[in-house]
Write a protein that binds this ligand. Sequence first.
Ligand code: AMP
Ligand code: ZN
Length: 468
Amino acid sequence: MKLYNTMSRQKEEFIPLEKNKVKMYVCGPTVYNFIHIGNARPMIVFDTVRRYMEYKGYEVNFVSNFTDVDDKIIRKSIEEQIPSEEVAKRFIEECKEDMSGMNIKPATAHPLATQEIDGMIEMISSLIEKGYAYAASDGTVYYRTRKFQDYGKLSHKNIDDLQAGHRTIKVAGELKEDALDFVLWKPKKDGEPYWNSPWCDGRPGWHIECSVMSKKYLGDKIDIHAGGEDLIFPHHENEIAQSEAANGVEFSKYWMHNAFLNVDNKKMSKSVGNFFTVREIAQKYDLQALRFFMLSAHYRSPLNFSAELMEAAKSGLERIVTAAGHIRHLIKAAPMSEKTEQENGMLDAANAYTLKFEAAMDDDFNTADAISAVFELVKYINTNVSSSNSKQCLEALYGQMDTLCGILGIILEEKEEALEEEIEGLIEERQKARQSKDFARADEIRAILLEKGIEIKDTREGAQWKRV
Ligand code: AMP
Ligand code: ZN
């Protein structure tokens, strides 16, 4: 499996630090509003990377944070006159709802910056001890950027060019030693959330948060660090400077960055009026279609969102889901007979599409080509299966489709069917609870079902349900 490493600017063979394991950190959103469709791109892309690695047999420890203390959150809390913790809490929940709609697996850990302040104070103290950071007279702690020899290695920037760019930026009154130095800890302002620290009551800078959360949940050295390409500089460059100076080892072996999503060929912006939240898209489309759309391009290519392209993604997805429904239908009525020679030949031929899918994904996660392989498989199945095929053969073909779509995070069963399965499952569980005289659990399940709009009636023939 090859992936493009921003650090080397090349596709490299993926060799994990530890056999069969992947330690992966993806910078998560700042939670001050509903996430927009641009934020959804890294979520979908790196969830797909994770799913493919799991398919390949890796155990993936996938960590993605929420930045829950930040200027934008504070601004929102002032606007809405509610505490900033409440703003963050609300939009974390909303974000999780959108993620679930896009079928993004919950991370192994979703750390919150505000819960990791002790670790941040510890890392900042260690950077000060090692001479990589200093506290100014107002209590602000800065990172001494020039002291880190490798500064610029990820973004391929030369520190002297950066210095030139910063020439005029050192603002009067700022207590930095050098214009390139960046903030690790800043003093509180009135009404802002703050924590005690050896330097002043205040809060962490954004970059230190990820260095600390990555270290705590994954260790000093990880396999993959990822995010949108806007994070390469300065965020990831600064994370490297902090982590490598503090830990004394290379921070991440591979760095992956997705390109940006534009809308109607323009940068998304509220003032231009081409800004969409995931929630707005969900009013018009199933978010599975948004996911399918995002994967229709390679993650390192810019992607344009428009109504027409979204419609195209929707109908492409429908073609796959309809074909899957057709096979499920055939399976129900299919004879239980053994597979025939001819069917074995058909399965072999179909397997070529899985190999094609894998080749595309092994080549730096080329989901666009992987989707083409799925379409080819669907076409093959549509032209070759019929009601005379054995159950075994049809199930094998269905399983193949389901596996490939599962890697892309695409659910083949229509929502209605999935819901009915869930209901049947709950009814069965309730039946068992009643048999073992656990009436409390039985009542609980009845209430759960009612919340889902399902009413249960116990009849002589067993429990029956209807929508209410
Ligand atoms: P933020 O909340 O701004 O820190 O963004 C969270 C994630 O979304 C980061 O990985 C960003 O790089 C990514 N991101 C933000 N806008 C876009 C966009 N238009 N296209 C793709 N990724 C984006
Ligand atoms: Zn980060």
